[in-house]
Write a protein that binds this ligand. Structure first.
Ligand SMILES: [Zn+2]
Length: 97
């Protein structure tokens, strides 16, 4: 069996039926972002020619999750809990007397 590096003609063995080959194809990917349904047309995926198992491309999924993540590319912002902190500051001793 030859390993073909050409992505246009690349197949991977199906891990569902163990008999088929999964071919690269493009499907519409649906995902929820909060309350919004996101549809991504022509999303890279793999489809088995024997059992018909569908699997979305993991690399594309990773890239998509980075794109959809609100904190993508930003340093992790710490959520401010100012309400509890400001209350604590009121307990410092008074030096007015
Ligand atoms: Zn299969």
């Amino acid at each position: 069996m030859n390993v073909i590096k050409d992505h246009t003609n690349y197949t991977i063995p199906c891990n569902e039926c163990q008999a088929g080959q999964m071919h690269r194809t493009f499907l519409t990917y649906f995902t929820w972002l909060g309350d919004e349904l996101i549809t991504v047309p022509d999303f890279p995926a793999w489809v088995c020619d024997v059992c018909g198992k569908r699997e979305f491309d993991v690399h594309a999924l990773n890239q998509l999750s980075l794109l959809l993540s609100p904190t993508a590319g930003k340093p992790a912002a710490k959520t401010h809990r100012a309400s509890t902190r400001t209350k604590a500051k009121h307990t410092r001793p008074s030096k007015s007397e």
